[in-house]
Write a protein of this length. Structure first.
Length: 345
Protein backbone atom coordinates (compact mmCIF):
# COMPACT_ATOMS: atom_id res chain seq x y z
CA UNK A 1 0.00 0.00 0.00
CA UNK A 2 1.25 3.46 -0.87
CA UNK A 3 2.42 5.40 2.14
CA UNK A 4 0.48 8.59 2.83
CA UNK A 5 2.55 11.72 2.75
CA UNK A 6 1.80 15.02 4.39
CA UNK A 7 1.13 17.99 2.12
CA UNK A 8 4.50 19.41 3.08
CA UNK A 9 6.20 16.13 2.26
CA UNK A 10 4.55 16.01 -1.15
CA UNK A 11 5.71 19.53 -1.95
CA UNK A 12 9.25 18.76 -0.81
CA UNK A 13 9.44 15.58 -2.86
CA UNK A 14 8.00 17.34 -5.89
CA UNK A 15 10.76 19.92 -5.58
CA UNK A 16 13.41 17.23 -5.21
CA UNK A 17 12.11 15.45 -8.29
CA UNK A 18 12.96 18.50 -10.38
CA UNK A 19 16.64 17.90 -9.59
CA UNK A 20 16.76 14.70 -11.60
CA UNK A 21 17.11 13.84 -15.24
CA UNK A 22 14.67 11.04 -15.94
CA UNK A 23 15.67 8.21 -18.28
CA UNK A 24 13.35 5.88 -20.14
CA UNK A 25 9.62 6.18 -20.72
CA UNK A 26 7.29 8.30 -18.65
CA UNK A 27 5.77 6.50 -15.68
CA UNK A 28 2.36 5.06 -16.47
CA UNK A 29 -0.47 4.63 -13.94
CA UNK A 30 0.12 1.33 -12.13
CA UNK A 31 -2.01 -1.67 -12.99
CA UNK A 32 -3.30 -4.10 -10.33
CA UNK A 33 -0.80 -6.74 -11.48
CA UNK A 34 2.19 -4.48 -12.05
CA UNK A 35 5.23 -4.29 -9.83
CA UNK A 36 6.53 -0.76 -9.29
CA UNK A 37 10.33 -0.52 -9.49
CA UNK A 38 12.55 2.50 -9.07
CA UNK A 39 16.17 2.39 -10.25
CA UNK A 40 18.76 5.05 -9.44
CA UNK A 41 21.83 4.98 -11.68
CA UNK A 42 25.42 5.32 -10.57
CA UNK A 43 27.80 8.07 -11.69
CA UNK A 44 28.28 7.98 -15.42
CA UNK A 45 24.55 7.38 -15.91
CA UNK A 46 22.86 6.07 -19.02
CA UNK A 47 25.07 5.82 -22.03
CA UNK A 48 28.14 4.50 -20.23
CA UNK A 49 27.86 1.39 -22.48
CA UNK A 50 28.67 -0.58 -19.36
CA UNK A 51 27.42 -0.81 -15.78
CA UNK A 52 24.45 1.58 -15.83
CA UNK A 53 23.31 0.50 -19.26
CA UNK A 54 23.22 -3.07 -17.94
CA UNK A 55 20.84 -1.97 -15.17
CA UNK A 56 18.70 -0.18 -17.74
CA UNK A 57 18.50 -3.30 -19.90
CA UNK A 58 17.43 -5.34 -16.87
CA UNK A 59 14.73 -2.81 -16.02
CA UNK A 60 13.43 -2.73 -19.58
CA UNK A 61 13.32 -6.53 -19.65
CA UNK A 62 11.34 -6.53 -16.40
CA UNK A 63 8.91 -4.07 -17.96
CA UNK A 64 8.36 -6.32 -20.97
CA UNK A 65 8.29 -9.72 -19.32
CA UNK A 66 6.92 -9.00 -15.85
CA UNK A 67 4.63 -6.07 -16.51
CA UNK A 68 6.78 -3.88 -14.34
CA UNK A 69 6.30 -0.14 -14.01
CA UNK A 70 9.91 1.03 -14.10
CA UNK A 71 11.13 4.48 -13.15
CA UNK A 72 14.74 5.44 -13.82
CA UNK A 73 16.53 8.30 -12.10
CA UNK A 74 19.91 9.62 -13.19
CA UNK A 75 21.36 11.65 -10.32
CA UNK A 76 23.98 14.33 -10.21
CA UNK A 77 26.08 14.76 -7.09
CA UNK A 78 26.08 12.73 -3.87
CA UNK A 79 23.08 14.43 -2.25
CA UNK A 80 21.02 13.75 -5.37
CA UNK A 81 21.72 10.03 -5.07
CA UNK A 82 20.34 9.78 -1.53
CA UNK A 83 17.41 12.03 -2.40
CA UNK A 84 16.58 9.89 -5.43
CA UNK A 85 16.39 6.71 -3.38
CA UNK A 86 14.33 8.45 -0.71
CA UNK A 87 11.94 9.86 -3.27
CA UNK A 88 11.25 6.42 -4.72
CA UNK A 89 10.84 4.83 -1.29
CA UNK A 90 8.44 7.55 -0.17
CA UNK A 91 6.38 7.10 -3.31
CA UNK A 92 5.73 3.51 -2.25
CA UNK A 93 7.70 1.60 -4.87
CA UNK A 94 7.64 -2.17 -4.41
CA UNK A 95 11.37 -2.35 -5.15
CA UNK A 96 14.05 0.34 -5.05
CA UNK A 97 17.40 -0.43 -6.70
CA UNK A 98 20.63 1.48 -6.20
CA UNK A 99 23.19 0.77 -8.95
CA UNK A 100 26.69 0.95 -7.51
CA UNK A 101 28.60 0.52 -4.25
CA UNK A 102 28.20 4.19 -3.43
CA UNK A 103 24.54 3.60 -2.52
CA UNK A 104 25.33 1.06 0.20
CA UNK A 105 24.97 3.26 3.30
CA UNK A 106 21.89 5.03 1.97
CA UNK A 107 20.18 1.75 1.08
CA UNK A 108 20.92 0.33 4.53
CA UNK A 109 19.38 3.36 6.23
CA UNK A 110 16.31 3.48 3.99
CA UNK A 111 15.69 -0.27 4.34
CA UNK A 112 15.36 0.32 8.08
CA UNK A 113 13.06 3.31 7.60
CA UNK A 114 10.83 1.53 5.07
CA UNK A 115 10.59 -2.10 6.27
CA UNK A 116 7.71 -2.89 3.88
CA UNK A 117 9.68 -1.89 0.79
CA UNK A 118 12.17 -4.17 -0.94
CA UNK A 119 15.60 -2.72 -1.69
CA UNK A 120 18.45 -4.07 -3.81
CA UNK A 121 22.00 -2.80 -4.11
CA UNK A 122 24.12 -3.75 -7.12
CA UNK A 123 27.71 -4.07 -5.86
CA UNK A 124 26.48 -3.38 -2.33
CA UNK A 125 29.42 -2.93 0.03
CA UNK A 126 29.22 -5.16 3.11
CA UNK A 127 30.16 -3.40 6.34
CA UNK A 128 32.06 -4.99 9.21
CA UNK A 129 31.72 -4.70 12.96
CA UNK A 130 34.44 -3.87 15.47
CA UNK A 131 35.69 -7.45 15.39
CA UNK A 132 35.91 -7.46 11.60
CA UNK A 133 32.86 -9.65 11.10
CA UNK A 134 30.53 -8.89 8.14
CA UNK A 135 27.36 -7.02 9.05
CA UNK A 136 24.42 -8.61 7.22
CA UNK A 137 22.11 -6.22 5.37
CA UNK A 138 18.54 -5.63 6.67
CA UNK A 139 16.07 -8.42 5.88
CA UNK A 140 14.43 -6.36 3.12
CA UNK A 141 17.70 -5.51 1.37
CA UNK A 142 19.35 -7.79 -1.22
CA UNK A 143 23.08 -7.24 -1.67
CA UNK A 144 23.76 -8.19 -5.29
CA UNK A 145 27.48 -8.85 -5.56
CA UNK A 146 29.68 -10.33 -8.28
CA UNK A 147 32.94 -12.23 -8.26
CA UNK A 148 34.48 -9.88 -10.80
CA UNK A 149 37.89 -11.33 -10.08
CA UNK A 150 36.89 -14.60 -11.78
CA UNK A 151 35.89 -13.01 -15.07
CA UNK A 152 38.93 -10.72 -14.85
CA UNK A 153 41.18 -13.76 -14.45
CA UNK A 154 39.93 -15.15 -17.74
CA UNK A 155 40.43 -11.94 -19.72
CA UNK A 156 43.86 -11.57 -18.12
CA UNK A 157 44.83 -15.02 -19.33
CA UNK A 158 43.38 -14.30 -22.76
CA UNK A 159 45.32 -11.02 -22.98
CA UNK A 160 48.60 -12.64 -21.98
CA UNK A 161 48.15 -15.47 -24.47
CA UNK A 162 47.49 -13.08 -27.37
CA UNK A 163 49.92 -10.27 -26.46
CA UNK A 164 52.88 -9.78 -28.76
CA UNK A 165 54.88 -7.56 -26.40
CA UNK A 166 54.04 -9.48 -23.20
CA UNK A 167 53.32 -6.10 -21.61
CA UNK A 168 49.75 -5.67 -20.44
CA UNK A 169 47.92 -2.68 -19.01
CA UNK A 170 45.12 -2.00 -16.54
CA UNK A 171 43.18 1.26 -16.14
CA UNK A 172 40.90 1.47 -13.12
CA UNK A 173 38.39 4.15 -12.27
CA UNK A 174 38.29 4.94 -8.56
CA UNK A 175 41.20 3.49 -6.59
CA UNK A 176 39.36 1.46 -3.94
CA UNK A 177 38.70 -2.19 -3.00
CA UNK A 178 35.89 -2.99 -5.48
CA UNK A 179 38.04 -2.09 -8.48
CA UNK A 180 41.01 -3.82 -6.87
CA UNK A 181 39.04 -7.06 -7.38
CA UNK A 182 39.17 -6.51 -11.15
CA UNK A 183 42.90 -5.80 -11.08
CA UNK A 184 43.69 -8.69 -8.72
CA UNK A 185 41.89 -11.21 -10.94
CA UNK A 186 43.42 -9.77 -14.09
CA UNK A 187 46.94 -9.91 -12.67
CA UNK A 188 46.41 -13.49 -11.50
CA UNK A 189 45.16 -14.56 -14.93
CA UNK A 190 48.08 -12.93 -16.70
CA UNK A 191 50.67 -14.48 -14.38
CA UNK A 192 49.02 -17.91 -14.44
CA UNK A 193 49.75 -18.34 -18.15
CA UNK A 194 52.68 -15.94 -18.54
CA UNK A 195 54.87 -15.57 -15.43
CA UNK A 196 57.27 -13.30 -17.33
CA UNK A 197 54.62 -10.86 -18.52
CA UNK A 198 54.62 -7.38 -16.99
CA UNK A 199 51.55 -5.38 -15.99
CA UNK A 200 51.26 -1.59 -15.86
CA UNK A 201 48.40 -0.45 -13.62
CA UNK A 202 46.99 3.06 -13.15
CA UNK A 203 43.82 4.58 -11.70
CA UNK A 204 41.92 7.63 -12.88
CA UNK A 205 41.35 9.04 -9.37
CA UNK A 206 40.27 8.51 -5.78
CA UNK A 207 36.68 9.80 -5.94
CA UNK A 208 33.60 8.51 -7.80
CA UNK A 209 34.21 11.15 -10.47
CA UNK A 210 37.01 8.86 -11.69
CA UNK A 211 34.33 6.74 -13.37
CA UNK A 212 33.27 9.46 -15.78
CA UNK A 213 36.42 11.06 -17.14
CA UNK A 214 37.13 9.78 -20.68
CA UNK A 215 39.84 12.39 -21.13
CA UNK A 216 41.79 10.97 -18.20
CA UNK A 217 41.21 7.45 -19.49
CA UNK A 218 42.69 8.34 -22.86
CA UNK A 219 45.66 10.04 -21.24
CA UNK A 220 46.49 7.00 -19.10
CA UNK A 221 46.00 4.57 -21.97
CA UNK A 222 48.20 6.53 -24.38
CA UNK A 223 50.94 6.58 -21.75
CA UNK A 224 50.75 2.81 -21.33
CA UNK A 225 50.68 2.10 -25.05
CA UNK A 226 53.73 4.31 -25.49
CA UNK A 227 55.52 2.20 -22.85
CA UNK A 228 55.06 -0.94 -24.94
CA UNK A 229 51.71 -2.21 -23.62
CA UNK A 230 49.63 -3.67 -26.44
CA UNK A 231 46.44 -4.66 -24.56
CA UNK A 232 44.70 -2.68 -21.79
CA UNK A 233 41.86 -3.94 -19.59
CA UNK A 234 39.76 -1.15 -18.13
CA UNK A 235 37.39 -1.17 -15.16
CA UNK A 236 36.49 2.49 -15.14
CA UNK A 237 32.93 3.14 -16.30
CA UNK A 238 32.65 5.80 -18.99
CA UNK A 239 36.31 6.72 -18.37
CA UNK A 240 37.01 3.60 -20.39
CA UNK A 241 35.62 5.27 -23.50
CA UNK A 242 38.87 7.24 -23.50
CA UNK A 243 40.84 4.00 -23.33
CA UNK A 244 39.01 2.80 -26.44
CA UNK A 245 39.81 6.04 -28.26
CA UNK A 246 43.49 5.57 -27.43
CA UNK A 247 43.34 1.99 -28.74
CA UNK A 248 41.88 3.21 -32.03
CA UNK A 249 44.44 5.99 -32.30
CA UNK A 250 47.43 3.71 -31.70
CA UNK A 251 46.18 0.58 -33.44
CA UNK A 252 46.38 -1.37 -30.17
CA UNK A 253 43.78 -3.41 -28.23
CA UNK A 254 41.57 -2.85 -25.22
CA UNK A 255 39.32 -5.09 -23.14
CA UNK A 256 35.84 -3.91 -22.20
CA UNK A 257 34.08 -4.37 -18.89
CA UNK A 258 30.62 -5.13 -17.47
CA UNK A 259 29.01 -5.41 -20.94
CA UNK A 260 30.08 -6.34 -24.46
CA UNK A 261 31.79 -3.13 -25.57
CA UNK A 262 32.99 -4.28 -29.00
CA UNK A 263 30.85 -1.71 -30.83
CA UNK A 264 32.71 1.12 -29.13
CA UNK A 265 35.89 0.41 -31.11
CA UNK A 266 35.31 -2.42 -33.60
CA UNK A 267 38.50 -4.32 -34.35
CA UNK A 268 40.22 -2.93 -31.27
CA UNK A 269 38.19 -4.59 -28.49
CA UNK A 270 39.84 -7.95 -27.93
CA UNK A 271 37.03 -9.11 -25.62
CA UNK A 272 34.95 -7.81 -22.70
CA UNK A 273 34.56 -9.09 -19.16
CA UNK A 274 30.79 -9.20 -18.89
CA UNK A 275 28.85 -8.86 -15.67
CA UNK A 276 25.20 -9.80 -15.32
CA UNK A 277 23.94 -6.50 -13.91
CA UNK A 278 20.89 -6.80 -16.17
CA UNK A 279 20.14 -10.29 -14.86
CA UNK A 280 20.54 -9.19 -11.23
CA UNK A 281 18.09 -6.31 -11.67
CA UNK A 282 15.60 -8.51 -13.50
CA UNK A 283 15.77 -11.27 -10.88
CA UNK A 284 15.27 -8.86 -7.99
CA UNK A 285 12.18 -7.57 -9.79
CA UNK A 286 10.91 -11.09 -10.41
CA UNK A 287 11.38 -12.02 -6.74
CA UNK A 288 9.40 -8.96 -5.75
CA UNK A 289 6.56 -9.68 -8.16
CA UNK A 290 6.35 -13.34 -7.12
CA UNK A 291 6.55 -12.56 -3.41
CA UNK A 292 9.77 -14.55 -2.96
CA UNK A 293 12.10 -11.61 -2.31
CA UNK A 294 14.51 -12.21 0.56
CA UNK A 295 17.21 -9.93 1.85
CA UNK A 296 20.76 -11.17 2.16
CA UNK A 297 24.01 -11.43 0.25
CA UNK A 298 23.92 -12.89 -3.26
CA UNK A 299 27.28 -13.76 -4.84
CA UNK A 300 27.36 -14.29 -8.61
CA UNK A 301 30.46 -15.71 -10.30
CA UNK A 302 31.39 -18.02 -13.16
CA UNK A 303 29.49 -20.94 -11.66
CA UNK A 304 26.27 -18.92 -11.45
CA UNK A 305 26.74 -17.27 -14.83
CA UNK A 306 27.14 -13.89 -13.14
CA UNK A 307 30.41 -13.05 -14.93
CA UNK A 308 32.12 -14.21 -18.10
CA UNK A 309 33.86 -13.00 -21.23
CA UNK A 310 32.90 -12.42 -24.85
CA UNK A 311 33.84 -14.79 -27.65
CA UNK A 312 31.57 -14.41 -30.67
CA UNK A 313 31.52 -13.57 -34.36
CA UNK A 314 32.76 -10.03 -33.71
CA UNK A 315 36.03 -10.94 -32.02
CA UNK A 316 36.55 -14.55 -33.11
CA UNK A 317 39.17 -13.51 -35.68
CA UNK A 318 41.19 -11.74 -32.96
CA UNK A 319 41.48 -14.79 -30.70
CA UNK A 320 43.21 -17.98 -31.90
CA UNK A 321 41.15 -21.12 -31.30
CA UNK A 322 43.92 -22.60 -29.16
CA UNK A 323 43.79 -19.53 -26.90
CA UNK A 324 40.03 -19.79 -26.58
CA UNK A 325 40.31 -23.49 -25.71
CA UNK A 326 42.88 -22.72 -23.01
CA UNK A 327 40.71 -20.00 -21.48
CA UNK A 328 37.70 -22.32 -21.48
CA UNK A 329 39.79 -24.90 -19.64
CA UNK A 330 40.76 -22.30 -17.04
CA UNK A 331 37.10 -21.37 -16.67
CA UNK A 332 36.18 -24.96 -15.82
CA UNK A 333 39.04 -25.19 -13.33
CA UNK A 334 37.81 -22.10 -11.52
CA UNK A 335 34.23 -23.42 -11.43
CA UNK A 336 35.51 -26.74 -10.08
CA UNK A 337 37.50 -24.96 -7.38
CA UNK A 338 40.88 -26.11 -8.63
CA UNK A 339 41.95 -22.51 -9.23
CA UNK A 340 41.34 -20.00 -6.44
CA UNK A 341 41.23 -16.49 -7.82
CA UNK A 342 42.38 -13.71 -5.47
CA UNK A 343 40.00 -10.80 -4.86
CA UNK A 344 42.50 -8.44 -3.26
CA UNK A 345 45.84 -7.02 -4.37
Amino acid sequence: MRKLLTLVGVLVLAHVALLFVQAGDAVQPPSPTAVDVGIVFDLGGRGDKSFNDGAYIGGERAKRELGGQIRFIEPGDGSDREAGLRLLAAEGMDLVVGVGFIFSDDLTQLAKEYPNTNFAGVDYSIGVDGAGNPIPPPSNLAALKFREEEGSFLVGALAALTSKTKELGFVGGMNFPLIHKFEAGYRAGVKHVCPNCTIVSQYAGVTPEAFRNPGRGKELALSQYQQGVDIIYHASGSTGLGVFEAARQTGKFAIGVDADQYSEAPGHILTSMVKGVDVAVFEATRWTKEGTFKGGIYQLGLKEGGVGYVFDDNNRALIPLAVHARVEQLKQEIIAGRIKVPSTL
